[in-house]
Structures are given as C-alpha cells and as structure tokens.
Design a protein around this ligand. Structure first.
Ligand SMILES: CC(C)(COP(=O)(O)OP(=O)(O)OC[C@H]1O[C@@H](n2cnc3c(N)ncnc32)[C@H](O)[C@@H]1OP(=O)(O)O)[C@@H](O)C(=O)NCCC(=O)NCCS
Length: 144
C-alpha cells in the first residue's frame, strides 16, 4: 500500500468488499466515536447493508472504516470515518480517502458531502471545502 507510512507495514490494504468487514470491530469504533456512541449493532449492520463501505486491514485485522451513503450517480455522503487508535498518525485515513475518491462508483458527482467537527484539515487535502451555510439545511436528531 504505497500511500501509507512505512510504519504501518506493507500488509495493510483497503477494500470495499463487505464480506471482509468485521461488524463487531466497526461497532466498537463507533461506540468510541463522538457522533455515534449509542448506535446499536443492529443499526450498524443495516447501515452497512445500505451503503458503500470501506475497510482498511492489517492482514486480517480491520484497522479503519468509512461509509459512503450514495445513489451511485448524483450524490454521496461520507460518514463514520474511524481509524483504530493503535494505527493513527500513520497515513491510514489519507490512504482511505484516496481509495474512496478513486472508487469507480464515486466519480464526478454534483454533490459529495460530509460533516465533521474537527477534521477539516484532513478533508481539505482531498478537495472538500466548507459549503455555503445558507444553501444547505438539515434535521439533526442526535445533536452532533
Ligand atoms: C481523524 C482520523 C480519521 C485521522 O486518521 P489518521 O489515520 O490518524 O490520520 P492520518 O495519519 O491519515 O493523517 C491525517 C492528516 O489530517 C490532519 N488532520 C486534520 N484534522 C484532523 C483530526 N481531527 N484528527 C486527526 N488528523 C487530522 C492531520 O494533521 C494529518 O495531516 P498531515 O497530512 O499533515 O499529516 C482519526 O484520528 C480518527 O479515527 N479519529 C476519531 C474519529 C474521527 O474523528 N473521525 C473523523 C470524523 S469526521
């Protein structure tokens, strides 16, 4: 995996193969996140079934996750980006972002959105910009 720092090791790879996802690990990631600490395993499974999902793996161990909600033609929403604490600051999220943005189902959409509390510096490296607040509206039921 050329985009990762050498400290991560050449055994790390990124895949959109849902059969490789470790749902218990992903549920654990989200329990430790600021946006979905109470999300149930059942909801995590349903969200995976209905999304394009990406995992990063160190051999068989899942070390990161990201999910894209999309109609695969006009709109995509990136969410649930999480890197295992042991693997942070080694370029894993950047490798994940490159992989996602190069994915054949995610090309040239009018809208590719995400929400973040403090990750602006990560996503700006991949072309995301703050969009006009007066044009986008939302309902926030979780307060995040
Ligand atoms: C944010 C997170 C995904 C970054 O993953 P990572 O693999 O450790 O990050 P990388 O090593 O790929 O580097 C990320 C780059 O973005 C920058 N960055 C900007 N905002 C950041 C943030 N909130 N956290 C970490 N890095 C951030 C880093 O400084 C780094 O910059 P560099 O290219 O100059 O080195 C990871 O810390 C994480 O899972 N955090 C908890 C969950 C979370 O906050 N997810 C994002 C929700 S929007």
């Amino acid at each position: 995996m050329s985009h990762l720092n050498s400290s991560v090791g050449s055994s790390v790879d990124i895949s959109d193969d849902k059969s490789r996802l470790d749902v218990e690990t992903i549920h654990g990631f989200l329990k430790r996140s600021y946006w979905a600490p109470t999300r149930t395993l059942e909801t995590v499974i349903k969200s995976i079934e209905n999304s394009l999902c990406f995992g990063a793996y160190d051999k068989t161990r899942q070390i990161a996750f990201a999910r894209v909600v999309t109609d695969k033609c006009t709109f995509a929403y990136l969410c649930d980006v999480f890197v295992d604490e042991e693997y942070r600051s080694r370029g894993v999220s950047k490798a994940l972002m490159r992989h996602i943005l190069e994915h054949s189902d995610l090309q040239n959409y009018p809208r590719f959105l995400l929400a973040t509390r403090d990750g602006h510096g990560l996503y700006q490296q991949f072309g995301f910009k703050e969009v006009e607040p007066h044009r986008f509206m939302g309902i926030s039921r979780d307060g995040v």
